[in-house]
Write a protein that binds this ligand. Sequence first.
Ligand SMILES: Cc1cc2nc3c(=O)[nH]c(=O)nc-3n(C[C@H](O)[C@H](O)[C@H](O)COP(=O)(O)OP(=O)(O)OC[C@H]3O[C@@H](n4cnc5c(N)ncnc54)[C@H](O)[C@@H]3O)c2cc1C
Length: 552
Amino acid sequence: MNKPALLVVDDDAQVLAAVRRDLRSRYRESYTVVSASSGEQALATIRELKARGDSLAIVISDQRMPDMQGTDVLAQAREVYPLARRVLLTAYSDIDAAIKAINVAHLDHYLSKPWDPPEECLYPVVDDLLDTWQAEYLPETKGLRLVGHQWSPRSHEIKGFLAGNLIPYRWLDVDRGADVQGLLDAAGVGATDLPVLFFEDGTVLRNPGQRDVAERLGRSLSASLTMYDLVIAGAGPSGLAAAVYGASEGLRTLLLDRHAPGGQAGSSARIENYLGFPTGVSGSELTRRAVSQAQRLGAELLVPLEVTGVSIDGGYKHLTLGDGREVVTRTLLAATGMEYREHSAPGVAELSGAGVYYGAATTEASAFVDRRVLVVGGGNSAGQAAMHLSRYAKDVQIIVRRDSLHDTMSQYLIEQIDKTPNIRVTGRTELERVEGDGHVERVVLTHVASSSELDNVDAVFIFIGTKPRSDWLPEGVLRDAKGFVITGRDLAADPRTAKVWKETREPMALETSVPGIFAAGDIRAGAMNRVASAVGEGSMVVRLAHEYLALT
Ligand SMILES: Cc1cc2nc3c(=O)[nH]c(=O)nc-3n(C[C@H](O)[C@H](O)[C@H](O)COP(=O)(O)OP(=O)(O)OC[C@H]3O[C@@H](n4cnc5c(N)ncnc54)[C@H](O)[C@@H]3O)c2cc1C
């Protein structure tokens, strides 16, 4: 196979030659730099690369060209190579236009001309984009392959685990791929062994659990120490931020997650409002960066490993883990966030993982090319999921109880949805029933005054109400009526506090009613439910943990 390509497009011959020269001088060992002097020529080159089976890592296009705008070239490139990073070259005067084009062409970056010196203005950007591309890219003939039935909940679970843990894999649906049965026969894999994982070295793992996969991939699943300064339960944004600060400030820090790092944010196709990412960032990319930062600084990460219980012994917290082992810590951060509430409509529980999915739009979207899907819910997570699904499905219908999305969704998402022709929003509607033989085939919806049946629905993605994951915490940790953990000053207002809090000091901000156990992010009563606030709180806890450790 040829080296992956970097494509540069500019109608100005001098600029084109300069970018080509700069890119070749640094990247020629691992990439082929190809160029085009017009939009049409660029699209022809992209089609040629595709026909040859070559990979395309980055497209850098000038915005102002006589035959086509750069944003159009980038948007069309995305249809052929969805993973290729897209960069717009702009003159200083076009920066406003570039920023406006971020949503339309899904730009990853814009570069203003001139970019001299390239060591400062060009290479850091391209290095970063190539890193993110490499993390997602899997050559056709290499890597991990997961074979199973699309409608199997076990296949869905393994897909979610691999995607959440940022392990690139290729999904092969037994019922669709012509060569898949041959692959199974050659390995002697029978129908009852599915789903099955094929590794690059030819070995297979039949019907594995998450833990089997993690072990086979060489992930450590047992703690290296018996005692820590800070253990963080939950590797969502708040837990990851605490791990970065804890490790960088010299605390013996352990981070555990029952499923995968990234939490709810990890399942977001595109977070548009997190500071410092002007073109938005996918949840998986933000997670990849945070995990490598935390590990580089010395935090220990164990995934998948669940914290199932905590007992208190003086200043020490003994954590019971899902594998039956125990770790001891002086401070504990509960950062286990929230999960989607189960939808009570008949059929939902039976078909969960077989066309009914909670969240999971990024993991399952590609299975619904040219199909019809329903998104239940009107919050930002539902909006982001609908936008992502619209790239694959032919028809995406959002159903909400209210009249419209205006009270529950951010304006930027409402505008994107309005402009997307294959998304419809149906207000004053609820999911009454899901039906199908082994997988979702049709749904019944209730409108304010009537019911209607929708045939040929292939999947239902549910994004309704969430509940905190706080049931593993000890009884002494006070929670509100919905299960959210009460912290800091809010404890003073709770009459139960006097019975459990026996210290002479007040609880610190973000400290729970058990000294040395902190809570941050969505699990906390009064949380803001944003990535930035979760990160802020997780970072704050490390400072508070130092204060607590100094007291004991
Ligand atoms: C699809 C989607 C899109 C979103 N988009 C945006 C956005 O664009 N901008 C924005 O600001 N916010 C967004 N949010 C909200 C944001 O993601 C959350 O506010 C944020 O993730 C909360 O972080 P957290 O660390 O508190 O918890 P979570 O993200 O919920 O992470 C908790 C982690 O704890 C783990 N866990 C749970 N129980 C245990 C246990 N017992 N033991 C070990 N681990 C456990 C879970 O597996 C999970 O990984 C979005 C949310 C969703 C669902």
